[in-house]
Design a protein around this ligand. Structure first.
Ligand code: GLU
Length: 295
């Protein structure tokens, strides 16, 4: 890996959409924030398509998302990566975690979980008689996972209280998002993850997995999510606000405003807005908890 004069690897940022529908304003906010933060650091911006959960993938939506990004000038600096092409790497990570005893085969189904959805530890010390292995879980650590998020500040996440031992390979054989993201986001392949604040609670699990796998964690910055008019997070699955192709400049302006960078009114082209944002981007303007309705 190429080193900068400071001995640090160059900044590498990424945007990791799930191809479950069209790009909407909420995911554009994550894409734009990671793109701008990468440009600010003269780094390498990459796109990873999180297409691991095949049941949720909508055919054509990965290409659709990529072309929407491209129309907005958000071009990756290297070939797009697909999680569906990394199955061997995820299998290797699961095998490593099983071999070290950090993970265990679990025979439970959803019906065996506690009323609050947390895992009661049934198969932690071995499968009870008559149970067949279904999924693979990682033992939740006793200690909290602490880290400093560039936007959200100091964090301490207790995985035991967040549902306990968590799944890394599901009963249907699909590798869990937490595992795939942890493996693919390991430093120095990614030096900083900039994404929506809805994923802040996942970060402790991902950092813990990186630690168990002997990988280093990147830095994290969780930006405020855009909310729909009903106050819920915008989501592709709900079919919210697909990016209006005819009005990309308006979409760009409203997302930049949401990200605390309202552009001057005189700039009305997508290219002009992006150039302005690259010049003015300062992630410190963002404040945690400042989720705003999409305007
Ligand atoms: N693929 C995830 C999503 O679209 C985001 C993953 C990430 O940024 O870590 O919600």
């Amino acid at each position: 890996m190429q080193q900068s004069p400071s001995g640090q690897p160059p900044y590498r940022g990424r945007f990791a959409p799930s191809p479950t529908g069209e790009l909407h304003l909420g995911s554009l906010a994550a894409a734009l924030a990671s793109y701008l933060q990468t440009r600010r650091h003269q780094g390498v911006w990459s796109i990873r398509i999180d297409d691991i959960d095949t049941a949720r993938v909508k055919p054509g939506s990965a290409d659709n998302i990529l072309s929407s990004l491209s129309e907005l000038g958000l071009e990756p600096d290297e070939p797009v990566r697909y999680q569906s092409q990394r199955l061997a790497r995820y299998a290797e990570a699961v095998a490593q975690l099983l071999a070290s005893g950090a993970a265990f085969p679990c025979g439970c189904s959803r019906a065996d979980l506690a009323a609050d959805g947390s895992y009661p530890g049934t198969c932690r010390d071995g499968l009870p008689a008559g149970r067949q292995p279904r999924s693979v879980r990682v033992r939740a650590p006793r200690h909290a996972i602490s880290f400093t998020d560039r936007v959200a500040g100091s964090q301490s996440q207790n995985i035991r209280r967040q549902g306990g031992d968590f799944i890394i390979r599901r009963a249907d054989g699909i590798f869990a998002y937490q595992l795939c993201a942890a493996v693919d986001d390991a430093w120095p392949d990614v030096t900083e993850v900039v994404r929506g604040a809805d994923l802040l609670p996942s970060t402790g699990r991902q950092r813990y997995l990186q630690h168990l796998l002997g990988l280093s964690s990147p830095d994290y910055a969780h930006v405020p999510v855009l909310l729909g008019k009903d106050g819920n997070k915008l989501s592709k699955r709900r079919g919210d606000d697909p990016l209006h192709r005819q009005r990309p400049a308006l979409a760009m302006r409203s997302v930049l405003t949401h990200l605390a960078h309202p552009p001057p009114a005189a700039i009305d082209s997508v290219t002009g807005l992006l150039e302005w944002a690259v010049r003015h981007w300062d992630i410190h303007r963002l404040r945690h908890g400042s989720a705003l309705p999409a305007g």
